[in-house]
Ligand binder design. Sequence first.
Ligand code: NSS
Length: 427
Amino acid sequence: MVDVKISDILDGKAESDVQLKGWVWNIRFGGGIVFIVLRDGTGTIQCIAKKEELGDKFKELENLTRESSIVIRGRAKKDERAPGGYEIHCKDFDIVYVSEEFPIGKKEHGPAFLLDNRHLVLRSPRYAAIMRIKDTILHGAREWFRENGFTEVTPPIISGNSCEGGSTLFELNYFGKKAYLSQSAQLYLEALIFSLGKVYSITPSFRAEKSRTRRHLAEYWHIEAEEPWTTEEENEKIEENLVFHIIRKVLDERKRELSMFRDPSTLERIQKPFPRIKYSEVINTLQKNGYDIKWGDDLGADEEYFISKKFDSPFFIQNFPKEAKAFYMKRLDEKLVKCADMIAPEGYGEMIGGSERETDVDVLIKRLEEQEENIENYKWYLDLRRYGSVSHSGFGLGTERMVWWICKLDHIRDTIPFPRVINRYYP
Ligand code: NSS
């Protein structure tokens, strides 16, 4: 009898006598027959145990509860009527541990209860599918960067300065001095291009977002890249190729999981190049549709939702006014900067923020002063412009924003196993 994973059976790779190790996701008792939905971390499958086949041992199954751990031996059979297209005819089993009554029932629970019991809720096939899609997204990103000459680096998480402005900084007591949790690895990646050329990192980023929204986490996983000798136009092509590769990889590797959330053909239809529109066009469209927004304002969640609904492929919004963006972005003219946000379609919203970086030290100092930053903390960063400065660009992709869109979820907190938001860090 061979040890197999449920996914092997569902993929049609193991139609024979098998041994499965897993947990009881669901159990139903009929006269002389027990239906067990088993899950093992790779999938779920229905196992059928009959009294007429198991004899006296059948009685042991009467004690079985949801989430009990069990080893089941039997025959895997194709059956179109079974969920997943396969089922197991149980010939023998060992109950390893009979679970106490599992607090997550079949009935509806409120969101607070589910979040308090997140460590248990994560066992559901829905969360397993989301986490597996996320695994493919992270793996796909690393694969694309490696194939395209980027080196992975490990920037610090504790920093003495801000990157995206003071309002969302988490402050930390660093041996009696003030430090911050990183909002972005960008400034450190900018230092590393001089040593390595194209670089990228995948790190947690922290934002003290003080409001409850469906798209903000206090801690998220940031995929960031920085490229020397690169203009904003070229930077956008890099972002587009990376995102396209990741989408293809999810379609290749995770179609079964993806089908739990959306029709995969909606992602198959996405083509390069992604549409590109200007910030000014967006403002015009919004004003024509009755939004109370003026040129110069940043786009809020409602405005982004409205624009994003008009697309079924990711797209770029280019050239924001400098007041709406961070200090480091290169000027296009007196008013605009060389930047673009990549927006996820279907009503989701910003997934990537990217830009060409300002190379003029004096402009950087002026912008930092305008934002009331302490220049002392940025001395090291300004040095990067003094010694061998070159045009360069980069971007940050919010991994969870991408999972949120790809899985068409209501709330971003479902994209991360243990979400950190304004009112929660338990469990
Ligand atoms: O603030 S960003 O728009 N840009 C940066 O941090 C740059 N310094 C990145 C770079 O050029 N290296 O954030 C980038 C992305 C943004 O598009 C979102 O997808 C994501 O990071 N992001 C978030 N995801 C989840 N929760 C929160 N609070 C959040 N904030 C940004």
